[in-house]
Ligand binder design. Structure first.
Ligand SMILES: Cc1cc2nc3c(=O)[nH]c(=O)nc-3n(C[C@H](O)[C@H](O)[C@H](O)COP(=O)(O)OP(=O)(O)OC[C@H]3O[C@@H](n4cnc5c(N)ncnc54)[C@H](O)[C@@H]3O)c2cc1C
Length: 437
């Protein structure tokens, strides 16, 4: 059986690996001149790597954990000891632990409401959630307005959603927000470092997962071959790229939904993969590199949250025994504004903020910016954002094949949607679907 896999991210490479192990003749077509998609290594010092894309994982990411072990890679625990820094417009403050210096009752009230929404959603089929149509119509911003919560909760909510989903409250439906939080293991798990979804990173960088999977597939992976057109009939499928036609018995399309819709299909698909309301998560990562994790000498964990940006949060991503790396996140609307700045202004804004937040730190030796908004082959970082109406329109068809064309990618997984774990699970599911067909 000849199979073409479109996209050499974690989903596509997982599907290709499974299918090749089953004896299929596999070709992986990748648009970029690298594999890995939304994983990407950043060399912060000679031989020391940080993650410009996906980084964190937890013990519930069982498929990812088993892939890490199978590839002979290791994980390193995320360090989170010491005081946190917060800035909510009235000057930076330190606190013990990660709880922000805001009205605790107000935040408790906000999270009680979020827990209630999250508990009610049907994670395997969000469109079948009781009252799904109403929850799918309303944006998270509209929902917040209707709650009448305290101002401190209103200040904190966009930062929380930015960190969790790289989204603004206006970008996502309430149903998508509740589903995403539930699909990732619940609010507590998703938000936690020790024992949660950010407990560890891949030692040496998550990009190695795709590099190693692709190395095993060898010349079956073809780079710089964006797929433009997929034509099928009763006898087979023809996949056209800028360079060649590839004939196959079946195809797995493992790209984000908006990019799947950029491919022409003949015959035309009965339904699109995205709608006009489907947005893209907007994330820019900034790595600030020091000779060592100097903030630890000041009793600080490196964790910070700021309402005044551009970095909304920072976390200690230092490789063990090596350079000090603070990773900053710019997400949602802040990311769109930051992306419009020229490189000099971006760097100046980051340096000025870090000086305010961590006055004891010297200037970083290096500053590496990974701007996912300017990546034409991602369009949704961390992931696609389902806007009003999307779950009801798109959900029931996410994994339904179009003839010989099957779908993978983290956005097709109702388990750990938007995460590496979801991407891997979707790759296994698509490979099984092809084999069964
Ligand atoms: C900044 C950032 C931080 C993140 N943090 C985390 C984290 O801490 N933990 C976590 O678990 N996840 C995280 N994620 C999400 C995670 O990276 C993704 O869920 C996962 O990598 C998606 O894998 P995928 O294979 O579904 O898609 P992708 O990685 O997007 O792979 C799709 C591939 O298809 C290619 N492609 C697109 N169009 C075409 C075409 N027409 N023809 C051929 N090829 C095409 C693309 O170039 C790409 O290589 C983060 C993502 C970002 C960007």
């Amino acid at each position: 059986m000849r199979i073409v896999v479109v996209g050499a991210g974690l989903a596509g490479l997982t599907a290709a690996t499974d299918l090749a192990a089953d004896g299929a003749e596999v070709t992986v077509l990748e648009a970029r001149n690298r594999v890995g998609g939304r994983t990407r290594g950043v060399e912060v010092a000679p031989g020391q790597w940080a993650d410009g894309g996906a980084a964190y994982l937890g013990h519930r990411h069982t498929e990812l954990g088993s892939l890490i072990r199978r590839l002979g890679l290791a994980t390193v625990a995320t360090t989170m000891t010491g005081r946190s820094r917060f800035s909510f417009g009235d000057g930076p403050q330190s606190t013990d632990g990660r709880f922000p210096p805001l009205n605790a009752t107000a935040l408790g009230d906000l999270f009680d409401r979020l827990y209630e929404l999250t508990a009610a959603v049907r994670p395997d089929a969000p469109w079948l959630t009781p009252d799904a149509a109403r929850l799918d119509r309303q944006t998270a911003a509209g929902w917040l307005d209707g709650t009448g919560v305290h101002d401190d909760a209103r200040r904190f909510f966009p930062l929380f959603l930015g960190e969790m989903m790289a989204a603004d409250p206006a970008d996502v439906s309430v149903l998508h927000m509740a589903f995403y939080l539930r699909s990732g293991g619940g609010i507590r798990y998703l938000n936690a470092f020790a024992g949660g979804a950010q407990a560890a990173r891949v030692y040496g960088g998550a990009h190695q997962l795709c590099d190693l999977l692709a190395a095993k597939l060898g010349d079956r992976v073809r780079l710089a071959e964006p797929v433009r057109w997929i034509d099928q009939d009763g006898t087979g499928v023809s996949v056209r790229t800028d360079r060649a036609y590839h004939q196959a018995d079946a195809v797995v399309v493992a790209v984000p939904p908006v990019l799947a819709d950029a491919i022409e299909f003949d015959p035309v698909r009965p339904a699109r993969r995205a709608t006009a309301a489907t947005g893209r998560g907007c994330a820019i990562k900034v790595q600030l590199v020091y000779p060592a994790p100097l903030w630890r000498d000041h009793g600080l964990s490196g964790w910070s949250v700021s309402a005044d940006g551009p970095l909304q949060s920072t976390v200690d991503d230092s490789p063990p025994g090596g350079a000090g790396v603070l990773t900053g996140f710019v997400t949602g609307r802040q990311a769109r504004t930051f992306a419009r700045l020229d490189d000099k202004s971006r760097r100046a804004a980051v340096r000025a903020q870090i000086q305010r937040l961590f006055p004891g730190l010297p200037a970083p030796g290096r500053l590496v910016i990974t701007d996912w908004l300017s990546e034409p082959y991602s369009r949704g970082c961390y992931a696609a954002l389902f806007g009003p109406g999307d779950w009801l329109a798109l959900g029931p068809r996410l994994t339904v094949p179009h003839g010989r064309v099957h779908w993978a990618g983290t956005e097709t997984s109702t388990e750990f949607f938007g995460l590496m774990e979801g991407a891997i699970r979707s790759g296994h599911r698509a490979a099984q679907q092809v084999a069964a067909a």
